[in-house]
Design a protein around this ligand. Structure first.
Ligand SMILES: [Zn+2]
Length: 95
């Protein structure tokens, strides 16, 4: 196992609201250190859906307003696009 994936953050296990995959770790889409904070974006490692952290490290789908904000946040979009690409690449490698 390589240790070159600092984006992985352990979280209390919960299911992805989009694909139902059990997740106990997340890949942060945006630059950040340590535990995710409310409002941070995250990408499901199973289906590469964009989710957002609420309180207590729980995550949920973006609201329309949040999706609108993201649409105008070019930097976050680039990071999310990169993270989605990596997740899809990793998932393809598992087949
Ligand atoms: Zn998912």
């Amino acid at each position: 196992m390589k240790r070159t994936e600092p984006e992985i953050t352990r979280i209390p296990e919960q299911k992805c609201p989009m694909c139902g995959k059990k997740l106990d770790a997340t890949m942060e889409a945006t630059e950040g250190k340590g535990a995710p904070e409310p409002g941070n974006y995250m990408i499901c490692a199973g289906c590469a859906s964009v989710l957002i952290f609420a309180e207590d490290n729980r995550f949920r789908p973006l609201t329309l307003e949040e999706a609108e904000n993201l649409a105008h946040d070019e930097e976050a979009r680039e990071q999310i696009t990169e993270a989605v690409r990596r997740i899809r690449g990793m998932n393809a490698g598992l087949n």
